[in-house]
Design a protein around this ligand. Sequence first.
Ligand SMILES: Cc1cc2nc3c(=O)[nH]c(=O)nc-3n(C[C@H](O)[C@H](O)[C@H](O)COP(=O)(O)OP(=O)(O)OC[C@H]3O[C@@H](n4cnc5c(N)ncnc54)[C@H](O)[C@@H]3O)c2cc1C
Ligand SMILES: *[C@@H]1O[C@H](CO)[C@@H](O)[C@H](O)[C@H]1NC(C)=O
Ligand SMILES: *[C@@H]1O[C@H](CO)[C@@H](O)[C@H](O)[C@H]1NC(C)=O
Ligand SMILES: *[C@@H]1O[C@H](CO)[C@@H](O)[C@H](O)[C@H]1NC(C)=O
Length: 516
Amino acid sequence: MAIMLKGFALAFLVSFLSCHLISVPSQASSDDFLQCLREKMPSELVHAQGSSDFAAVLVSSIRNPKFFTDTTVRPLCILTPTDASHVQDAVRCGRWHGVRLRVRSGGHDYEGLSYRSARPEVFGVVDLANLRAVSVNKFESTAWVDSGATIGELYYAIAKNDPRMAFPAGLCPTMGVGGHFSGGGIGMMMRKHGLAIDKVLDAKLVNANGDLLDRAGMGEELFWAIRGGGGESFGIVLSWKVQLVHVPSAVAVFKIPKTLDQGAIDILTRWQEVGPLLPRDLTIRVIVQGQQALFQALYLGTCRSLVATMGYQFRELNMTSADCRSMTWLQFVVGNTDTPVEALLSRNTSLSTFTKNKSDYVRTAISKDVWRNIFSWFEMNGAGMIILEPHGGSMDSIHTAATPYPHRSGVLYNIQYVVFWQGDGTATTTWLGNFYDFMGNYVSKNPREAYVNYRDLDIGQNVVMDGVSTFDSGKVWGEQYFMSNFERLASVKAAVDPTDYFRNEQSIPPLLQEHR
Ligand SMILES: Cc1cc2nc3c(=O)[nH]c(=O)nc-3n(C[C@H](O)[C@H](O)[C@H](O)COP(=O)(O)OP(=O)(O)OC[C@H]3O[C@@H](n4cnc5c(N)ncnc54)[C@H](O)[C@@H]3O)c2cc1C
Ligand SMILES: *[C@@H]1O[C@H](CO)[C@@H](O)[C@H](O)[C@H]1NC(C)=O
Ligand SMILES: *[C@@H]1O[C@H](CO)[C@@H](O)[C@H](O)[C@H]1NC(C)=O
Ligand SMILES: *[C@@H]1O[C@H](CO)[C@@H](O)[C@H](O)[C@H]1NC(C)=O
């Protein structure tokens, strides 16, 4: 054991040193890079580390305080482009002077990879917050949305144009379109309409040469890869053309909590079978926290029809018309009917509590005895929580290789583990690690599937050799996120960015010829 650890430490040191020697540019090249940027774009869009507004720009979309500490590896500079040409120039300056770029849209990455590095590195950040137009085409029922828009801004613009149109994506209004679409986009309408990426028709991307390409220009393989293959790897996506979907003028919703005494375990055990088989208009997700399971539903129809459907299909929940509320889709996204829908336009985020998340997929229902055991884990930690998102419906009928998101046919539901803490998080994160190990017996295996948008660096990080992230190191985490699609993603990467300019700790490594 001791020898293994020593070997590991040595290997780590060597890879760290070689990475250091190869990828960290000299002070001179950093200065030249900044000089290059200032020549190409208005200087007020270049926020260098020493400048007075640097900290404010950096923190503007950070949610997790653990990534805003002094020990975090921060960018050399943050660019806030107002035009596509600025992004192209930033890539060209970066290539010329050997400085990498990371992209930030909404800054919600769970590991902060859009604005910090987990290891020593010199890099700039392209923050797309100023590039956030949404333009809806009523006649085509499509929209072009810039990556820097939040999902709340997109939903709002669509509904203002026509309240019976919407888009199937996630729930948190402040998430950026850029990162969210890059990883898939799980939401409450996916059982009917699929993920956000299933409705993307075209995109504009700046590649590693600084070229601006649309779908026809980038080709179908690259267009396939950017729809779910994870952010950062293939270039900077500036905007997306999406297909809108119809929603009724009112939807029906309920939130029903069940405690252990009220039969939470039996109902949850039953939900696993029912949830993925319900009519596509109905999604019931579950949040387990403390000794309670909260059943939260969105139904694309009336309360009356929802009560009837629940009576036939999921009697065990005992849902009645008293549980049901009818509201617009937009009001559902806001979360309650008292808050004005304009709240969706607020980009404010705050450095609230510390959090850490992980994910799993379940393909075989978990038994009642095991659920009893899971609830006892939550007795130990009141701050822990799991969110269960049912698949099935449309998710079952879309082929595994249609997009990089592979968790389709046969998946019952996704599990997201969430822990929150203030101050010292050691006990909480240890609890999460132990609970995740325990759950390993009951979730998908070989590979143990995970969702790239719930990014988790614990499942693996790239190793850089000769200046390039290695395929074998990427495979460790990559097959969990992408399963059989990983190798195809790595081939696309080799074709479009063989020198691995766009990279982070979990970017797709190039599958170079010598490994094939
Ligand atoms: C509170 C909260 C709620 C969430 N709810 C959901 C949910 O309901 N459903 C769901 O599926 N996910 C959800 N997520 C996860 C979310 O989808 C991801 O965190 C997503 O990556 C966020 O996108 P972003 O633009 O805000 O992140 P960023 O941090 O800006 O980017 C994430 C990653 O994508 C890269 N990237 C960003 N923009 C671009 C671009 N334009 N081109 C190329 N690469 C880019 C970044 O470099 C980084 O690697 C939630 C996250 C949070 C914090
Ligand atoms: C984990 O998920 C929760 C719920 O969606 C979210 O509030 C939190 O910000 C996430 N954690 C991180 C590290 O972003
Ligand atoms: C469901 O409701 C009925 C009648 O209101 C009640 O008798 C029963 O105990 C309830 N079951 C559960 C599991 O709550
Ligand atoms: C957002 O933040 C700004 C500046 O801190 C503040 O003036 C504004 O009231 C906030 N908006 C909301 C909706 O919280």
